[in-house]
Design a protein around this ligand. Structure first.
Ligand code: ZN
Length: 81
């Protein structure tokens, strides 16, 4: 699955759509991860930028683009529509 096949046909490509709004346009953003200096042994905390993509319309990041598992910050949105 990791092989880069040079013979990719248009029919092989599936547009990724936003799970949130259905948008098909994404922009590249950087997720910045901080690594504690206690782990790296360096003088300062290290920051590691990881490129990812987010929906240009609503800002939603599809699960497959999330570089790291985000902790659920808000468990308050339990209101059903
Ligand atoms: Zn969206």
């Amino acid at each position: 699955m990791m092989d880069l096949n040079p013979k990719i046909k248009p029919s092989d490509m599936k547009p990724i759509t936003c799970d949130n709004c259905g948008g098909v346009y994404f922009r590249q953003v950087l997720a910045i991860n901080k690594v504690s200096k206690l782990l790296t042994g360096e003088a300062q905390d290290s920051v590691i930028p990881i490129p990812t993509f987010r929906c240009d319309d609503c800002g939603f990041i599809p699960e497959e683009f999330r570089p790291v598992e985000q902790e659920k910050e808000d468990d308050t949105k339990s209101d059903d529509k």
